[in-house]
Ligand binder design. Structure first.
Ligand code: DAH
Length: 350
């Protein structure tokens, strides 16, 4: 047996080790090359013992190299076979449709989106259809048709972003109330709609202000709709949303598009009305504006939709901010966090 024979033997062993497809086969390869009785490398060891003294050093090096390489390859292949599923070589086609997949990362709703859906669910139970209106509006829909003519002082709190260039005359809506008018212009009553969405105002961002926030608009138009219907609807909705022990109370207010108008407060759902930080120790939280649709608004629509005769129909509307509710409900101290896209914040709502 020569050095070349030993080298060839080592290479042959490596090939067979690489080709072993399971642990049994690998063990057979091991015995064939390293076995105490008759293993080929063992034969090499015998040859070494019988070799002439001047050949021994070279033979010994070749023998050791082949043996170490074989042992290392065996250990590596054994590790691979153990790691590969069921000891089947990954190079073979392997398909088990029942094998569990690795978990897929799963998303979740944004807290504001979640509240909107909860509100829509309550609305749906009361027969309210969810609709959407455009975020880019014109002065007519955002203001004039809502009885806010140019120079009306109620516009002061509704400064917004105005589009320039070819889109001049368009603005980012300051409230969801224009959806009331879009609904009316689209067809005759009766209907009940909820219109959630983004609204914009020219505000400097601070912990309680953001130039973009969310509102939900509600509108119900039919014959014989009364302020009592409005009160009953909102009282039911607030109880459904915040819990049945919550009370509502209505205060006279002013909105150009409703007459009469009211602000609605709910008893603090967090402390039960005894006073806490969230209700500023008053026991009550002001939550929305509402009122009976001003006949003047129906009058604007009547030219296009004759079904809007203010003598024959009536309706109520309400508008509620969502971001502030999310902040109270989840104890969020800075409205900007809702829109930061920061996963460390968002993942807390998974
Ligand atoms: N649009 C009003 C605002 O943004 C909120 C509002 C008040 C909406 C009264 C209504 C309503 O529909 O009837 O301040």
């Amino acid at each position: 047996m020569t050095e070349g024979d030993l080298q060839a033997l080592g290479e042959q062993a490596l090939e067979e080790i690489a080709g072993a497809v399971d642990q049994d086969q690998l063990e057979r390869v091991r015995l064939k090359y390293l076995g105490r009785h008759g293993g080929l490398i063992s034969l090499g060891a015998q040859a070494l013992a019988q070799a002439a003294p001047e050949q021994r050093a070279g033979l010994g090096r070749a023998f050791n190299a082949a043996k170490e390489a074989t042992e290392a390859a065996l250990a590596r292949r054994l590790g691979e076979l153990r790691a590969s599923r069921r000891g089947i070589d990954q190079a073979e086609e392997w398909l088990d449709l029942t094998y569990p997949t690795s978990p897929l990362p799963r998303g979740h709703q944004h807290p504001v989106a979640r509240l909107i859906r909860e509100i829509e669910d309550i609305g749906r139970a009361l027969g309210y259809e969810s609709v959407r209106g455009p975020e880019v509006e014109d002065d007519q829909y955002n203001f004039e048709l809502l009885n806010l003519p140019p120079d009306h002082p109620a516009r002061d709190t509704h400064d917004t972003f105005y589009l320039a260039g070819p889109a001049q005359g368009w603005l980012l809506r300051t409230h969801t109330s224009p959806v009331q008018l879009r609904t009316m212009m689209a067809g005759p009553p009766p209907y009940r709609i909820l219109a959630p969405g983004r609204v914009y105002r020219r505000d400097n961002p601070d912990p309680t202000h953001n130039p973009m926030f969310h509102q939900v608009e509600g509108l119900c138009v039919d014959t014989n709709i009364t302020f009592g219907d409005l009160k009953g609807t909102l009282d039911f909705a607030m109880k459904a949303f915040f819990g049945s022990s919550v009370k509502t109370r209505f205060f006279p207010s002013f909105f150009p598009f409703t007459e009469p108008s009211a602000d609605v407060q709910i008893s603090c759902p967090f402390c039960g009305g005894s006073g806490c930080r969230k209700c500023k120790y008053s026991g009550w939280i002001e939550l929305l504006g509402c009122g009976m649709v001003d006949p003047a608004v129906f009058g604007f629509v009547q030219g296009k939709q004759p079904g809007y005769d203010p003598k024959k129909i009536s309706g109520f509307a309400f508008g509620m901010g969502i971001d502030r509710i999310a902040m109270m409900k989840y104890g969020i101290g800075d409205i900007g966090l809702l829109y930061s896209g920061d996963l460390r914040f968002l993942e807390q709502f998974a």
